[in-house]
Each structure stands twice: as structure tokens, then as C-alpha cells.
Design a protein around this ligand. Sequence first.
Ligand code: NAD
Length: 336
Amino acid sequence: MIEVTVPLQEGREYPVLVGPDARKELESYLPEEAQRVAIITQQNIGVDLQLETTNEIFLISDGEEAKNLNTIESLCSSFSRWGLTRGDCIVSLGGGVVTDVAGFAAASYHRGVPVIHIPTSLLGQIDASIGGKTGVNLPEGKNLVGAFWQPTAVLCDTSTLETLPEREMMSGYGEMAKYHFLGSGDLEGLELDEKIAKCIEIKAQVVASDEREAGIRAVLNYGHTLGHALETVEQYDLRHGEAIAIGLIFAAELAYKLGRIDKNRVEEHRSVVSHYGLSCNLPKGIEPDAIIEVMKRDKKAIDGLTFVLDGPSGVEVVAGIETSIVKEILNHMDQN
Ligand code: NAD
């Protein structure tokens, strides 16, 4: 079992346990005063949790549609009827949808209840459960309502990944590929739990220096500007990580065009993305103008088109990039 400590501001911190059966350690991470544990999960997660402390399972629906304020209201009403108090504990058991919803329910119910995440998707383990961002969607857009609410602990049980559908695993690998360029060094030779722990360490370091997302945390969005745009223009049927993988290749080509990195570094991006079995190519029939329009609306856009780009001093936010260059690269990238 690998333990990573996530440092927070004001000397606070929380532990992340990574390895097979990590969920079985839950009892020892519960706050001492907790009398009841509310477990939030989904029907098809199918992971058992054995707890001596009084507990109850609260099911939410599957998919991005379940991440809404109605789900939060219904959970909070159920907690209230069950008698959950601020001294108790909420546990999330599921992918990023469950950890985001459970985290926000924990942040809001009785103005804040401790939460422990047990992420069961690769994306949940290396990304969604770490860093304290919680929230739900509005009809107007994704993740528009939420709170920063740090967990008491995170248990990344790698055994739970055995039942994760292959496409969801690939989606997690897209995020993992990103970490190769954020200072993890070469992850390729490592075991899966070591890779996961390394990604968590990097996210933890970045989050520690920018807990409320004022600046440097934006580097975690490496590959995401194009990735999000590809996801938004839904016709391409891409999972999040598949879109991010293509976004990484695009960002490398753009950085090369701007003279920020050399051809070898671009090839390194292709080699890492391919290592995870992900495609480096744009979806067939892509329309650069439509994609550029969506990227202009990106909430991180400050001045013209803004991207997170690799360069001599590492990955950083670069604003004011001309549309014509972006279009040229999109036109030159291979399509599936
Ligand atoms: P998800 O939670 O929808 O899970 C994908 C699918 O896999 C679901 O059908 C789920 O039920 C199923 N599943 C999960 N674990 C399983 C298991 N062990 N066995 C069988 N099935 C399992 O999707 P995701 O990719 O895990 O997370 C995506 C969400 O995470 C998005 O809503 C995104 O906004 C959010 N997110 C949040 C942060 C953050 O910092 N808070 C970061 C990244 C992503």
C-alpha cells in the first residue's frame, strides 16, 4: 500500500492510500466522533464496503445527468430523515460523478460534514477525488455550482478498477498521460498503483500551492482547452480522457509552432499518448472553425485564445494566441 500526503494551507493535510483493497481500511480513517456513515454510490458500482460503524447506502443515478441540484436536495433530505449530523461522516464510493456529488453534499449539509472519498474509476483516483473541488451541473453548463471542500482521507482501491469498463479505463489514461509533462518523469515502467500514486503526488503539489485555484493550478488543465471543445461539440463521441489525449498532441504541436519546444518533445507526447493505447489523431471530419468558436468561450480564456503550453520553463498558461495559427495546426493534424 502506498500512502501519499496531500498538504493543505495552514499546516493541514490529508492522507491518500493507494493499493489493492485500500477500501478495507475505511474504518480506521473515520473521524473518532462519527456515529453514522452515509455511503453515496451508484447501483452499478457493485463494490462492497464492510463497516462496523452504523451506515446506510444512498444511491444516486448514473451519468453526468445525475450531477445536479435535485440530487443534492434529495440526498440532504434523506440524510436529515436518517439523522446524520455534522459529527458524522459521508463516504463517496464511485467515479468522479459520485465523488463530485458526495463532496458537494458534504460541503453543504449542516454547513459541512467530513467526507472520505473511495474513488472507483481511474479518473476519480488520479484526478476528481484529489484537490477538494466539488460540485454539480446546471442546465446552463457543467460544474457551475460547487464548493471547495477537502476530504478527510482518500482511499484509492486499485482492486475496484477490475470491474471498470475498458473505455472508462482509457478515459483515465488520458488524464494520466498529462502528468508525464507536469513533472512526474517517465511513468511508463511503473506498476499501476505506483503510476496512480505519482499522479496524485503531482496534483497534490500543485493544489497545495494554489488550493483555491487562483493561478498555477491551471497547469492541471494541460490538454484540456481543445479536449473540452471536442467534448462540447458532441458529435465526436469521445470520453473525457480520449479528448484530453488529442488535446495534448495539439498543445505539443502548437508549442512547437511557437518555438517553445523541439520536435523530439512533440514526439515524446505522441509516444506517451500511444503508450496508453490512445489516439493522437483528431476525430474524422472535424471542423476547425466550430472548435475554435467553442475554445473562445472557454472560461479560462482571458485574451484571445488561451492555452496551457509546454516550454523551456515547463508547462504554463499562454494567452493571446492567434486564431490563424490554431486553425493551421488543426488543419494539419491527422484525422482518424
Ligand atoms: P463517472 O463517475 O460517470 O464513471 C464512469 C462510469 O463508470 C459510470 O457509469 C460509473 O458508474 C462506472 N464505474 C465507476 N467505477 C466503477 C467500477 N469500479 N466498476 C464498474 N463501473 C464503475 O465518470 P468519471 O470519468 O469517473 O468522472 C467524471 C466526472 O468527474 C465528471 O463529472 C467530471 O466533471 C468530474 N471531475 C471532477 C474533478 C474535480 O477536481 N472535482 C476532476 C476531474 C473530473
